[in-house]
Design a protein around this ligand. Structure first.
Ligand code: PRP
Length: 187
């Protein structure tokens, strides 16, 4: 069976996502004009948005003076559909973030536990500044108190896949955001 048969509907096309990433880059670029910046992507989901954001930022004439990229890996969902609030660090940053301008980059924020936990953890390491950036916001079931400084798009209150987001490790590589057909979940 082809990938396409599992997809119910495209929610945001790759063009719409590209434009949202460019808007995020413009906002971040304006705030960090002439300053060095570390983009800290949260794996695995933020793999694509972090890379595309970094490339979009590097094209800006008056953006940050230097862009570094690092990743950390966490697991909050496992294979469950909603995160439990328990966040585990699977891989920490390789950069020392003390004294740096750091933007945490997430693919999605749902109940907010993951980014709230990470922001607390990273703040304790005394970065010069710490901001949060999310491509797809799902604000419907927030449990943790979080400030999202840069928000790309609002996703519907549904299980979405693509552009980094998976269902049981599949569909991350889709270049668009999509809804899956219901039979996929009972396979
Ligand atoms: C997803 C996503 C965020 C988190 C958001 O990660 O990438 O990190 O869930 O959920 P929350 O706001 O409800 O805490 P996941 O644990 O699925 O890992 P993955 O990125 O490796 O798929």
């Amino acid at each position: 069976m082809s990938y396409g048969e599992a997809i119910e509907r495209t929610l945001f096309t790759s063009d719409e996502i590209r434009r949202a990433v460019e808007r995020l880059a413009a906002a971040i670029g304006a705030d960090f004009r002439g300053q060095p910046l570390l983009l800290l992507g949260v794996l695995k989901g933020a793999l694509y948005v972090t890379a595309d954001l970094a490339r979009s930022l590097s094209l800006q004439k008056d953006g940050p003076s230097e862009i570094r990229i690092d990743y950390l890996a966490v697991s909050s969902y496992g294979n469950a559909a909603r995160s439990s609030g328990e966040v585990r660090i699977l891989r920490d940053t390789s950069e020392n973030i003390t004294g740096k301008n750091v933007v945490i980059v997430e693919d999605i924020v749902d109940n907010g536990h993951t980014i709230a936990y990470l922001a607390g953890l990273l703040r304790d390491r005394a970065p010069r500044s710490l901001r949060t950036c999310v491509l797809f916001d799902k604000p419907y079931h927030r449990q943790a108190s979080v400030t999202l400084d840069y928000v790309g798009l609002t996703a519907p209150d549904a299980f979405v896949v693509g552009y980094g987001l998976d269902y049981q490790e599949r569909y991350r590589n889709l270049p668009f955001l999509a809804l899956l057909r219901s039979w996929v979940f009972s396979e």
